[in-house]
Structure formats: C-alpha cells, structure tokens
Design a protein around this ligand. Structure first.
Ligand SMILES: *Cc1c(COP(=O)(O)O)cnc(C)c1O
Length: 230
C-alpha cells in the first residue's frame, strides 16, 4: 500500500474515533484533501484511496489539475477568490468555500445567472479579524447573508474558517466553537438560499478538536500528502 493510501486509512480511523467520541455519526464528517502544490499523481493516489472531495487554493492551478485528474471528485475552492477570477472559479468548482464580501456574492450571482446555475458557497469567517487573512468579520456575517438572500443564483450552505495559528490543537477549540455558534444563530432564520448545514473547519493539526466542535468538512493537507512539494 502506498504512503497516501496508508495515511488516508489512518485519517479515516481518527475521524471515526473523534466523531464517535463526540457522539456523532462519522458519516456527517467529510475529509477534504487540501491538494495545493501537490502533483497530480499524488491527487490520483488520494482519490484511489477513497478521497472524494478536493480543495484547491488557486484558480489557475485547479484548472491545470482538473484537466489531467481523470477520477471524478467534488472540487472546492478554499483560497481567497479574486473577483476577476469568478468566471473560471464558477466553471471549475462545485463549492466556493471563501465567500467573504457582498461584492463577491454579487459577482458570483451574475456568473450563476449566465450559466443558469446556482453557485454553492460557504461564508469564510475571519474570527480573530487577522489582517493577514481573508474572510468576513463575525459581526458582518449577518449583513452578507442579507445580501445573499436577494441573490437567486447564490446559495450559502454554511461557514468556513481558518483560525489563528495555535501552539496546541486545543487552542483552536474556542474558534471552532464560535463558528458553530455563529451557524446556530443563522440557522433557520435566513432566506431559502441560506442554510447552515456545513462547518468547514480543522486542518491536519487540529481536525480532531474541530470534529468535537461540530465540523462537517475537515480540510487535510500535510497529514494526507506528507510535506508539500511540487
Ligand atoms: C493548506 C490548507 C489546508 C490544509 O492545511 P494542512 O495543515 O496541510 O492540513 C486547509 N485549509 C486551507 C484553507 C488551506 O490553505
């Protein structure tokens, strides 16, 4: 068995254990393979091992990979999306996890309308309001959702976050909890195109804590692929 297949099996076991420990069904947690800068061979190995969900950070990189990755997968955009890349992003990705402004929502709506499709998104929340990170501030989520409610070709399916780097995985818990509480607050109060079904949070280092706090998508790079390289 290859390295990636072995790491995948170990990750699935840890996800199952974390879910069970939290009294959750493991099938409510999906592993997203964060494949930025990975070679297509590695992505192929991951898909063969059982991965069904890929996350890419750059539109152009995703386009090149999608051309050569033969196996079907769900593709998520997990990097910051510039408005001038919206057209290609809507074409390539099944879900944009990084919706973070009304202007971007409007642009996605326009592109969705052109293609006769509803663009699926998560709202990225910058919980600690770090200047170095994209994402909408927690107190601006409500306003963004109000705008989305007016857009027939955009749907928000949940929230996504990348918390500040922590010395220990446990340090991220309060951020994961805050994201869940935010989702709870907006669940069932929004328009028909706003749902709070998904919480995309937790990476290689801290996904166990994220699952304990309700993650439905954990974005795993290094723990699946090994150290990054191209
Ligand atoms: C790279 C990346 C990940 C995966 O990080 P690892 O620590 O390698 O698991 C998750 N989310 C985003 C947004 C990323 O850019």
């Amino acid at each position: 068995m290859g390295d990636i297949a072995q790491r995948y099996d170990e990750l699935v076991a840890r996800i199952r254990e974390a879910a069970q420990g939290a009294g959750r069904d493991m099938h409510t947690v999906r592993l997203l393979a964060a494949s930025k800068s990975q070679r297509v061979e590695a992505i192929g190995d991951a898909l063969t091992a059982g991965v069904t969900l890929l996350g890419e950070n750059y539109v152009q990189e995703a386009r090149e990979k999608k051309r050569v990755v033969a196996k079907a997968a769900e593709w998520h955009m997990i990097g910051h999306l510039q408005r001038n890349k919206v057209q290609t992003a809507v074409e390539l990705f099944d879900v944009i996890e990084t919706l973070d402004s009304a202007a971007l929502a409007n642009a996605l709506d326009k592109e969705g309308q052109k293609r006769g499709k509803i663009v699926r998104t998560l709202v990225e929340v910058n919980l600690a309001m770090e200047k170095s990170k994209s994402g909408v501030a927690p107190d601006r989520v409500a306003g963004l959702l109000e705008q989305v409610a007016k857009l027939p070709h955009v749907a928000v399916e949940g929230l996504m976050t990348v918390p500040p780097v922590q010395e220990r995985p446990e340090g991220a818990r309060r951020y994961f909890r805050t994201l869940r509480e935010l989702a709870d607050k907006f669940r069932g109060t929004g328009a028909s195109n706003v749902r709070m079904a998904e919480l995309s949070m937790g990476m290689s280092y801290d996904f166990v804590v994220a699952i304990e706090e309700g993650a439905t998508i954990v974005r795993i790079g290094a723990a699946l692929f090994g150290p990054r390289r191209l």
